[in-house]
Write a protein that binds this ligand. Structure first.
Ligand code: GMT
Length: 381
Protein backbone atom coordinates (compact mmCIF):
# COMPACT_ATOMS: atom_id res chain seq x y z
CA UNK A 1 0.00 0.00 0.00
CA UNK A 2 1.07 3.60 -0.54
CA UNK A 3 0.43 5.46 2.69
CA UNK A 4 0.78 9.19 3.36
CA UNK A 5 1.54 9.91 7.03
CA UNK A 6 0.84 13.46 8.18
CA UNK A 7 2.63 14.31 11.43
CA UNK A 8 4.39 16.80 13.65
CA UNK A 9 8.14 16.41 13.15
CA UNK A 10 9.12 17.35 16.71
CA UNK A 11 9.88 15.41 19.90
CA UNK A 12 6.16 15.23 20.84
CA UNK A 13 4.76 11.76 21.36
CA UNK A 14 2.41 11.88 18.37
CA UNK A 15 5.30 12.54 15.98
CA UNK A 16 7.33 9.72 17.48
CA UNK A 17 4.46 7.24 17.25
CA UNK A 18 3.74 8.30 13.65
CA UNK A 19 7.40 7.97 12.68
CA UNK A 20 7.84 4.56 14.29
CA UNK A 21 4.60 3.34 12.72
CA UNK A 22 5.74 4.53 9.26
CA UNK A 23 9.15 2.91 9.67
CA UNK A 24 7.61 -0.41 10.71
CA UNK A 25 5.13 -0.33 7.81
CA UNK A 26 7.98 0.43 5.38
CA UNK A 27 9.89 -2.56 6.72
CA UNK A 28 6.84 -4.70 5.91
CA UNK A 29 7.01 -3.48 2.30
CA UNK A 30 4.49 -0.63 2.31
CA UNK A 31 5.51 2.61 0.58
CA UNK A 32 5.49 5.40 3.17
CA UNK A 33 5.31 9.13 2.44
CA UNK A 34 5.88 11.33 5.50
CA UNK A 35 4.39 14.82 5.10
CA UNK A 36 5.38 17.63 7.49
CA UNK A 37 7.06 21.04 7.73
CA UNK A 38 10.38 19.57 8.87
CA UNK A 39 12.16 16.28 8.61
CA UNK A 40 10.83 14.16 11.52
CA UNK A 41 13.43 14.07 14.32
CA UNK A 42 13.30 10.30 14.67
CA UNK A 43 13.54 9.56 10.93
CA UNK A 44 16.89 8.70 9.36
CA UNK A 45 17.59 9.68 5.76
CA UNK A 46 17.66 7.19 2.89
CA UNK A 47 15.53 4.40 4.33
CA UNK A 48 14.03 1.88 1.91
CA UNK A 49 10.36 2.50 1.01
CA UNK A 50 10.33 5.90 2.76
CA UNK A 51 10.03 9.37 1.25
CA UNK A 52 9.68 12.72 2.97
CA UNK A 53 7.67 15.62 1.51
CA UNK A 54 8.20 19.03 3.04
CA UNK A 55 5.37 21.54 3.42
CA UNK A 56 6.65 25.09 2.91
CA UNK A 57 4.04 27.75 3.67
CA UNK A 58 4.27 30.72 1.32
CA UNK A 59 5.00 34.01 3.05
CA UNK A 60 3.61 37.36 1.95
CA UNK A 61 3.78 40.76 3.69
CA UNK A 62 -0.01 40.85 4.03
CA UNK A 63 -0.01 37.74 6.21
CA UNK A 64 0.46 38.19 9.93
CA UNK A 65 0.20 34.39 10.12
CA UNK A 66 1.38 32.08 7.39
CA UNK A 67 -1.54 29.87 6.28
CA UNK A 68 0.13 26.52 7.06
CA UNK A 69 -3.07 24.52 6.72
CA UNK A 70 -3.58 25.64 3.12
CA UNK A 71 0.01 24.81 2.20
CA UNK A 72 -0.44 21.41 3.86
CA UNK A 73 -3.71 20.81 1.98
CA UNK A 74 -2.06 21.61 -1.36
CA UNK A 75 0.84 19.31 -0.50
CA UNK A 76 -1.58 16.48 0.36
CA UNK A 77 -3.31 16.96 -2.98
CA UNK A 78 0.01 16.95 -4.88
CA UNK A 79 1.54 14.00 -3.09
CA UNK A 80 -1.65 11.95 -3.40
CA UNK A 81 -1.88 12.66 -7.14
CA UNK A 82 1.75 12.27 -8.12
CA UNK A 83 2.67 9.40 -5.80
CA UNK A 84 -0.69 7.62 -6.30
CA UNK A 85 -1.31 7.31 -2.57
CA UNK A 86 -3.95 4.82 -1.41
CA UNK A 87 -4.64 6.39 1.98
CA UNK A 88 -3.74 9.32 4.26
CA UNK A 89 -3.10 8.83 7.97
CA UNK A 90 -3.23 12.01 10.07
CA UNK A 91 -1.59 12.03 13.50
CA UNK A 92 -2.95 14.75 15.80
CA UNK A 93 -6.19 16.36 14.67
CA UNK A 94 -5.02 19.99 14.47
CA UNK A 95 -4.65 20.97 11.64
CA UNK A 96 -3.99 17.63 9.96
CA UNK A 97 -7.51 16.17 9.93
CA UNK A 98 -9.19 19.27 8.49
CA UNK A 99 -6.42 19.64 5.87
CA UNK A 100 -6.96 15.99 4.87
CA UNK A 101 -10.72 16.55 4.61
CA UNK A 102 -10.19 19.59 2.36
CA UNK A 103 -7.61 17.71 0.24
CA UNK A 104 -10.07 14.84 -0.14
CA UNK A 105 -12.71 17.20 -1.53
CA UNK A 106 -10.22 18.72 -3.99
CA UNK A 107 -9.06 15.28 -5.11
CA UNK A 108 -12.66 14.31 -5.90
CA UNK A 109 -12.55 16.93 -8.68
CA UNK A 110 -9.66 14.88 -10.12
CA UNK A 111 -11.75 11.69 -9.81
CA UNK A 112 -9.62 10.44 -6.93
CA UNK A 113 -11.30 9.07 -3.82
CA UNK A 114 -8.72 8.94 -1.04
CA UNK A 115 -9.75 7.75 2.42
CA UNK A 116 -8.16 9.36 5.47
CA UNK A 117 -7.75 8.09 8.99
CA UNK A 118 -7.33 10.41 11.97
CA UNK A 119 -5.46 9.29 15.07
CA UNK A 120 -6.18 11.48 18.08
CA UNK A 121 -3.23 11.68 20.47
CA UNK A 122 -4.23 13.71 23.49
CA UNK A 123 -3.86 17.45 23.75
CA UNK A 124 -5.61 17.80 20.37
CA UNK A 125 -8.68 16.72 22.40
CA UNK A 126 -8.01 17.42 26.07
CA UNK A 127 -6.33 20.84 25.92
CA UNK A 128 -6.16 22.54 22.54
CA UNK A 129 -8.91 20.97 20.44
CA UNK A 130 -11.81 21.78 22.73
CA UNK A 131 -10.91 25.48 22.74
CA UNK A 132 -13.64 27.48 20.91
CA UNK A 133 -10.99 28.60 18.39
CA UNK A 134 -10.87 25.01 17.08
CA UNK A 135 -13.83 23.00 18.42
CA UNK A 136 -16.25 23.24 15.43
CA UNK A 137 -13.50 22.30 12.97
CA UNK A 138 -12.25 19.43 15.10
CA UNK A 139 -15.76 18.01 15.61
CA UNK A 140 -16.42 18.23 11.87
CA UNK A 141 -13.14 16.65 10.82
CA UNK A 142 -13.46 13.81 13.34
CA UNK A 143 -16.93 13.06 12.03
CA UNK A 144 -15.81 13.28 8.40
CA UNK A 145 -12.74 11.05 8.85
CA UNK A 146 -13.08 7.66 7.18
CA UNK A 147 -11.78 6.10 10.39
CA UNK A 148 -10.83 7.52 13.79
CA UNK A 149 -8.49 5.96 16.30
CA UNK A 150 -7.38 7.06 19.77
CA UNK A 151 -4.41 5.91 21.83
CA UNK A 152 -6.32 4.94 25.00
CA UNK A 153 -9.77 4.16 26.39
CA UNK A 154 -9.47 7.31 28.45
CA UNK A 155 -8.95 9.46 25.36
CA UNK A 156 -11.95 7.81 23.73
CA UNK A 157 -14.11 8.82 26.71
CA UNK A 158 -12.68 12.36 26.61
CA UNK A 159 -13.38 12.68 22.89
CA UNK A 160 -17.03 11.72 23.33
CA UNK A 161 -17.27 14.00 26.38
CA UNK A 162 -15.82 17.12 24.74
CA UNK A 163 -17.08 16.82 21.14
CA UNK A 164 -20.39 15.94 19.47
CA UNK A 165 -18.86 12.93 17.77
CA UNK A 166 -21.10 10.63 15.76
CA UNK A 167 -18.31 8.62 14.14
CA UNK A 168 -16.99 5.31 15.53
CA UNK A 169 -13.74 5.49 17.46
CA UNK A 170 -11.36 2.56 17.75
CA UNK A 171 -8.77 2.34 20.52
CA UNK A 172 -5.31 1.37 19.27
CA UNK A 173 -2.79 1.84 22.06
CA UNK A 174 0.66 3.24 21.45
CA UNK A 175 3.43 0.71 21.08
CA UNK A 176 7.15 0.11 21.38
CA UNK A 177 9.59 -1.87 19.29
CA UNK A 178 11.35 -3.68 22.11
CA UNK A 179 14.56 -4.16 20.14
CA UNK A 180 15.08 -0.37 20.29
CA UNK A 181 15.29 -0.44 24.09
CA UNK A 182 17.87 -2.01 26.33
CA UNK A 183 16.77 -4.69 28.71
CA UNK A 184 20.21 -5.79 29.85
CA UNK A 185 22.68 -2.85 29.96
CA UNK A 186 25.82 -3.28 27.82
CA UNK A 187 29.37 -2.12 28.59
CA UNK A 188 28.74 1.40 27.20
CA UNK A 189 25.60 1.74 29.31
CA UNK A 190 27.44 0.63 32.43
CA UNK A 191 30.13 3.25 31.73
CA UNK A 192 27.44 5.92 31.37
CA UNK A 193 25.84 4.75 34.58
CA UNK A 194 29.17 4.93 36.41
CA UNK A 195 29.72 8.49 35.13
CA UNK A 196 26.27 9.61 36.30
CA UNK A 197 26.26 7.74 39.61
CA UNK A 198 29.88 7.05 40.55
CA UNK A 199 29.01 5.87 44.06
CA UNK A 200 26.23 3.51 43.04
CA UNK A 201 23.46 6.05 43.64
CA UNK A 202 19.96 5.20 42.36
CA UNK A 203 19.20 6.93 39.06
CA UNK A 204 15.79 8.57 38.67
CA UNK A 205 14.75 10.02 35.30
CA UNK A 206 12.11 12.04 33.53
CA UNK A 207 11.80 12.72 29.80
CA UNK A 208 9.30 15.20 28.34
CA UNK A 209 8.83 18.37 26.36
CA UNK A 210 8.91 20.47 29.54
CA UNK A 211 5.42 21.89 29.25
CA UNK A 212 3.32 22.88 32.26
CA UNK A 213 1.04 19.86 31.83
CA UNK A 214 3.98 17.55 32.70
CA UNK A 215 4.30 19.02 36.26
CA UNK A 216 8.07 18.65 36.24
CA UNK A 217 8.28 20.55 39.52
CA UNK A 218 6.67 17.47 41.10
CA UNK A 219 9.49 15.34 39.69
CA UNK A 220 12.04 17.55 41.43
CA UNK A 221 10.07 17.59 44.70
CA UNK A 222 9.70 13.80 44.69
CA UNK A 223 13.41 13.48 43.95
CA UNK A 224 14.29 15.75 46.86
CA UNK A 225 12.28 13.50 49.18
CA UNK A 226 13.88 10.32 47.80
CA UNK A 227 17.35 11.83 48.13
CA UNK A 228 16.78 12.54 51.80
CA UNK A 229 16.42 8.79 52.41
CA UNK A 230 18.75 7.22 49.85
CA UNK A 231 21.64 8.43 47.66
CA UNK A 232 20.18 9.30 44.25
CA UNK A 233 20.74 11.25 41.04
CA UNK A 234 18.11 12.77 38.76
CA UNK A 235 18.27 12.97 34.96
CA UNK A 236 15.89 15.46 33.32
CA UNK A 237 15.81 15.17 29.54
CA UNK A 238 13.91 17.39 27.14
CA UNK A 239 13.33 21.07 26.67
CA UNK A 240 10.43 23.49 26.73
CA UNK A 241 8.84 26.45 28.47
CA UNK A 242 9.21 25.08 32.02
CA UNK A 243 12.95 24.61 31.90
CA UNK A 244 14.02 27.83 33.65
CA UNK A 245 11.45 27.37 36.40
CA UNK A 246 12.81 23.90 37.04
CA UNK A 247 16.39 25.13 37.17
CA UNK A 248 15.29 27.67 39.78
CA UNK A 249 13.47 25.05 41.82
CA UNK A 250 16.57 22.81 41.84
CA UNK A 251 18.52 25.76 43.25
CA UNK A 252 15.82 26.54 45.83
CA UNK A 253 15.73 22.93 47.04
CA UNK A 254 19.53 22.67 46.98
CA UNK A 255 19.56 19.59 44.77
CA UNK A 256 21.32 21.00 41.66
CA UNK A 257 24.49 19.02 42.31
CA UNK A 258 22.58 15.78 41.86
CA UNK A 259 20.45 16.83 38.90
CA UNK A 260 21.60 16.54 35.29
CA UNK A 261 19.52 18.57 32.81
CA UNK A 262 20.30 17.25 29.36
CA UNK A 263 18.03 19.31 27.09
CA UNK A 264 16.61 17.52 24.04
CA UNK A 265 18.16 14.13 23.41
CA UNK A 266 18.02 12.04 20.24
CA UNK A 267 18.28 8.73 22.06
CA UNK A 268 16.12 8.73 25.18
CA UNK A 269 16.63 4.95 25.20
CA UNK A 270 20.16 5.54 26.59
CA UNK A 271 18.64 7.36 29.55
CA UNK A 272 16.04 4.71 30.29
CA UNK A 273 18.77 2.10 30.03
CA UNK A 274 20.65 3.46 33.04
CA UNK A 275 17.57 4.45 35.09
CA UNK A 276 16.19 2.74 38.18
CA UNK A 277 12.94 4.67 38.24
CA UNK A 278 11.02 6.90 35.84
CA UNK A 279 8.68 9.65 37.09
CA UNK A 280 5.74 11.00 35.08
CA UNK A 281 3.47 13.09 37.35
CA UNK A 282 1.45 14.78 34.54
CA UNK A 283 -1.67 16.86 35.05
CA UNK A 284 -3.24 15.16 32.03
CA UNK A 285 -1.80 12.41 29.85
CA UNK A 286 -3.81 10.53 27.26
CA UNK A 287 -1.30 7.68 27.21
CA UNK A 288 2.25 8.53 28.35
CA UNK A 289 4.53 7.12 25.68
CA UNK A 290 7.64 8.01 27.68
CA UNK A 291 6.35 5.82 30.53
CA UNK A 292 5.91 2.92 28.14
CA UNK A 293 9.42 3.42 26.75
CA UNK A 294 10.77 3.31 30.30
CA UNK A 295 8.84 0.10 31.05
CA UNK A 296 10.18 -1.47 27.84
CA UNK A 297 13.67 -0.76 29.17
CA UNK A 298 12.79 -2.52 32.42
CA UNK A 299 12.34 0.69 34.42
CA UNK A 300 9.44 0.88 36.90
CA UNK A 301 7.26 3.99 36.66
CA UNK A 302 5.97 6.37 39.32
CA UNK A 303 3.13 8.30 37.70
CA UNK A 304 -0.03 10.20 38.36
CA UNK A 305 -3.30 8.34 37.84
CA UNK A 306 -4.68 10.76 35.28
CA UNK A 307 -6.08 9.99 31.81
CA UNK A 308 -4.62 6.92 30.13
CA UNK A 309 -1.75 6.40 32.59
CA UNK A 310 -3.56 3.63 34.53
CA UNK A 311 -3.85 1.75 31.21
CA UNK A 312 -0.06 1.91 30.77
CA UNK A 313 1.26 1.69 34.33
CA UNK A 314 -0.20 -1.12 36.45
CA UNK A 315 -0.38 -0.09 40.10
CA UNK A 316 1.82 -2.27 42.29
CA UNK A 317 3.13 -4.23 39.31
CA UNK A 318 4.97 -2.04 36.78
CA UNK A 319 5.21 0.82 39.26
CA UNK A 320 2.73 2.91 41.24
CA UNK A 321 0.00 5.49 40.57
CA UNK A 322 -0.79 8.51 42.77
CA UNK A 323 -3.22 11.39 42.61
CA UNK A 324 -2.02 14.38 40.58
CA UNK A 325 0.20 16.57 42.77
CA UNK A 326 0.54 14.07 45.65
CA UNK A 327 4.32 14.23 45.84
CA UNK A 328 4.40 12.61 49.30
CA UNK A 329 2.69 9.49 47.98
CA UNK A 330 4.93 9.43 44.91
CA UNK A 331 8.03 9.67 47.11
CA UNK A 332 6.71 6.94 49.44
CA UNK A 333 6.06 4.64 46.47
CA UNK A 334 9.47 5.40 44.97
CA UNK A 335 11.19 4.46 48.21
CA UNK A 336 9.14 1.27 48.40
CA UNK A 337 10.53 0.22 44.97
CA UNK A 338 14.07 1.33 45.78
CA UNK A 339 14.19 -0.11 49.29
CA UNK A 340 16.38 -3.07 48.33
CA UNK A 341 18.22 -4.38 45.27
CA UNK A 342 15.94 -7.44 45.30
CA UNK A 343 12.78 -5.37 45.32
CA UNK A 344 14.07 -3.11 42.57
CA UNK A 345 15.03 -6.11 40.44
CA UNK A 346 11.53 -7.56 40.89
CA UNK A 347 9.85 -4.32 39.82
CA UNK A 348 12.23 -3.97 36.86
CA UNK A 349 11.29 -7.46 35.64
CA UNK A 350 7.57 -6.77 36.15
CA UNK A 351 7.90 -3.44 34.30
CA UNK A 352 9.47 -5.13 31.30
CA UNK A 353 6.89 -7.95 31.26
CA UNK A 354 4.01 -5.47 31.46
CA UNK A 355 5.40 -3.52 28.49
CA UNK A 356 5.13 -6.63 26.31
CA UNK A 357 1.36 -5.97 26.16
CA UNK A 358 2.22 -2.96 23.98
CA UNK A 359 4.66 -4.51 21.55
CA UNK A 360 4.78 -3.30 17.96
CA UNK A 361 3.95 -6.73 16.59
CA UNK A 362 0.57 -6.70 18.39
CA UNK A 363 -0.35 -3.17 17.32
CA UNK A 364 0.83 -2.92 13.71
CA UNK A 365 -1.77 -5.37 12.30
CA UNK A 366 -4.55 -3.25 13.83
CA UNK A 367 -3.57 -0.23 11.72
CA UNK A 368 -3.03 -2.40 8.63
CA UNK A 369 -6.52 -3.87 9.04
CA UNK A 370 -8.05 -0.38 9.02
CA UNK A 371 -6.01 0.67 5.96
CA UNK A 372 -7.11 -2.46 4.08
CA UNK A 373 -10.75 -1.99 5.02
CA UNK A 374 -10.81 1.65 3.87
CA UNK A 375 -8.82 1.10 0.69
CA UNK A 376 -11.01 -1.86 -0.33
CA UNK A 377 -14.11 0.24 0.34
CA UNK A 378 -12.75 3.11 -1.80
CA UNK A 379 -11.91 0.72 -4.65
CA UNK A 380 -15.38 -0.91 -4.51
CA UNK A 381 -17.12 2.49 -4.94
O1 GMT B 1 1.80 16.45 25.07
C1 GMT B 1 2.72 15.80 24.61
O2 GMT B 1 3.56 15.24 25.27
C2 GMT B 1 2.80 15.68 23.14
C3 GMT B 1 1.58 15.03 22.66
C4 GMT B 1 1.57 14.88 21.18
O3 GMT B 1 0.49 14.72 20.67
O4 GMT B 1 2.59 14.90 20.51
O5 GMT B 1 1.49 13.79 23.37
C5 GMT B 1 0.25 13.15 23.41
O6 GMT B 1 0.40 12.05 22.52
C6 GMT B 1 1.31 11.04 22.96
C7 GMT B 1 1.41 9.99 21.85
O7 GMT B 1 0.18 9.38 21.61
C8 GMT B 1 0.84 10.46 24.27
O8 GMT B 1 1.73 9.45 24.70
C9 GMT B 1 0.80 11.58 25.31
O9 GMT B 1 0.25 11.06 26.50
C10 GMT B 1 -0.09 12.73 24.83
N1 GMT B 1 0.09 13.86 25.73
C11 GMT B 1 -0.88 14.28 26.52
O10 GMT B 1 -1.99 13.78 26.58
C12 GMT B 1 -0.52 15.42 27.42
Amino acid sequence: MKIGIVLYPTFGGSGIVATELGKALAEKGHEIHFISYNHPVKLDHFLPNIRYHEVRPFDYPLFDYQPYELALTSKLVDVTRYENLDILHCHYAIPHASAAYFAKQILKTHNIDIPFITTLHGTDITLVGKHPAFEPVITFSINESDAVTVVSESLKRDTFRHFAVTNDIEVIPNFVEHTHYCNVPKEDDLARRKAMAPNGERIISHVSNFRKVKRIEDVVRVFEKIRKKTPAKLILAGDGPERYKIEQLCEELGVCGDVEMLGNVQTASEIYCISDLFILPSETESFGLAALEALASGVPVISSNTGGLPEVNEHGVSGFLSNVGDVDDMAKNSLEILKSDENLARFKQQAYEHSLNFSLKNVLPKYEAIYERLVNKAVAK
